[in-house]
Every structure is written in structure tokens, then in C-alpha cells.
Design a protein around this ligand. Structure first.
Ligand code: ADP
Length: 254
């Protein structure tokens, strides 16, 4: 049975998170939260530590130090209980292409221990406009259709925390817009929150309630993506991103 969780408990609370590989510090004392109904963008240049952070939140990588609480549950102490509240979609983790849409959803539904899987799958096929592809092998679907299946899979267990690593990479603008609308719906209609990585600053500005700029394993800036650039004397989020990527020290000590 899931414990009662106060509505004010963040869906994700990360404190002083650190991951070192020998002398390489991939994540260097990162702290942040994701609230209910909030979409938080994790931004930063390649190698900044975004994927390492996400993998620690997913329990794939063990932190060197620091803590992760998902819905108030300590991931280090109550791993399976904490992970029940999460799910994830990323372009580099495609669903098995030789399984059909329904087979994939059933397979992952069993892994997540979803009750009444058949009904849940029918709901998701409808919600993500996948009914006509139900018996199609995922490997032959277009990128946009595969992303919709990946999102349906990510919703199977009704996660409180949804982690999305570049969910719209490789999608055409119309399909990307459709995917963004579905993700916004998830936070608007339910009680979940989203941690989202993207390199598309237009998308980030449109979708994210808050952004965290990460560089060299540290959070350098955070705030509203629509006002943050002006607060730092930049015209656009893209300009701010480039400054963070090129001259992080200038922003570390303004
Ligand atoms: P991002 O997702 O922001 O592009 P990553 O989290 O993948 O960045 O990587 C952060 C840093 O950690 C990079 O310098 C990367 O080379 C390093 N790194 C990631 N994984 C490993 C590993 N398994 N061993 C050694 N270094 C790693």
C-alpha cells in the first residue's frame, strides 16, 4: 500500500548529489526539487552531468554522496518503494522493436506490477492515439509514433515523477508540439511532476515552469525560463545557454 503523501511534498528532492568516476566529477553537489504539477527543465552543454543526474534518480547509478527523495521516500533506503513512483522515456532507450505496441506495454506493465493491465493498456492506446498500431511491431513505427509508445509506456504505472531525456529529439515540429501537449497534460490534469532535458530552447521556454542550468556538474542558475535571460542581461534563453556553456565562471560569480 502506498503511504499517504502530503500535497506539498515535492515529487523529487535532490540534496547535495555527487557522482565521481575517479578524478572525473560528473555531478558535483547538486540540489533541487520538482514540485507537483511542475515541469522542470534540466539544461546544460554536453557533458554537464544531466544524464548522470537522471540515472541516479532512476536508481541506475549509485551516488557517491547526497540524497534523493521521491515523493518523500528515500531512494537509498527504500529503493523499490521510491522507484514505484517514477517512470522514464528517452530516445537512447527505445522499446524492443520486435515486439508489437501491445506486447511492449504488457511486458512493461508486468515489470511495473500494474493492476488490471489490459484495461490500463486500452486507456493508454486511446490516450496516445495508438489504437491502429496495437499489433504493429514498434521497430517499424515512425519516430513520432515510437515516442508516443514510449510515453504510453512511461505512463503505465501512473508515475508521480516522470523523467524525460530529450523526448522530442528527432521529431518534426508538428509531432514535437503534439508530444509537448501530451506532457503538459500530464502535469496539468494529474498530480505528477516532470524533469525534462532538452537542447531546444524554444521548447524549454514554451514547456518548462522552471529551468536549472547545469555546467561541469553544478547548478549555476535556476528560474523561470521566460524571465531568466533578462535577469542576466541576455536577450534569449539560447544566448544565456551559450554563455553558461562557454563561460560558466562568469555566471558563478556575477
Ligand atoms: P550530459 O548528460 O550532460 O551530456 P553526462 O552526465 O553524460 O553529461 O556526463 C557528465 C560527465 O561525466 C562527462 O564528463 C562524462 O564524460 C563523465 N562520465 C559519464 N559517465 C562516465 C563513466 N561511466 N565513467 C567516467 N566518466 C563518465
Amino acid at each position: 500500500m502506498k503511504p499517504e503523501v502530503s500535497p506539498s511534498t515535492p515529487v523529487l528532492a535532490v540534496r547535495e548529489l555527487r557522482k565521481a568516476y575517479g578524478d572525473t566529477v560528473a555531478v558535483d553537489g547538486v540540489s533541487f526539487e520538482v514540485a507537483r504539477n511542475e515541469i522542470v527543465g534540466l539544461l546544460g552543454p554536453n557533458g554537464a552531468g544531466k544524464t548522470t543526474t537522471i540515472n541516479m534518480v532512476l536508481g541506475v547509478l549509485e551516488p557517491t554522496a547526497g540524497s534523493i527523495h521521491i515523493q518523500g521516500v528515500d531512494l537509498a533506503r527504500h529503493r523499490s518503494q521510491a522507484l514505484e513512483f517514477t517512470n522514464f522515456a528517452a530516445v537512447y532507450a527505445p522499446l524492443p522493436g520486435n515486439l508489437t505496441v501491445v506486447q511492449n506495454l504488457r511486458y512493461f506493465g508486468m515489470i511495473y506490477g500494474v493492476r488490471d493491465i489490459a484495461t490500463r493498456i486500452e486507456q493508454l492506446l486511446k490516450e496516445f492515439d495508438l489504437e491502429r498500431f496495437r499489433d504493429t511491431k514498434c521497430g517499424v513505427l515512425s519516430s513520432g509514433e515510437q515516442t508516443r509508445v514510449a510515453l504510453a509506456k512511461a505512463m503505465l504505472n501512473r508515475p508521480s515523477l516522470l523523467l524525460l531525456d530529450e523526448p522530442t529529439a528527432s521529431l518534426d515540429p508538428a509531432t514535437a508540439r503534439d508530444i509537448r501537449a501530451r506532457i503538459k497534460d500530464f502535469t496539468a490534469k494529474g498530480t505528477g511532476g516532470v524533469l525534462w532535458t532538452s537542447h531546444n530552447m524554444y521548447e524549454v521556454e514554451e514547456v518548462c515552469d522552471r529551468v536549472l542550468f547545469v555546467s561541469r556538474g553544478k547548478v549555476l542558475l535556476q528560474g523561470n525560463p521566460r524571465t531568466l535571460p533578462h535577469e542576466h542581461g541576455k536577450q534569449s534563453l539560447e544566448e544565456l545557454f551559450i554563455t553558461v556553456a562557454r563561460e560558466p565562471l562568469a555566471l558563478e560569480h556575477p
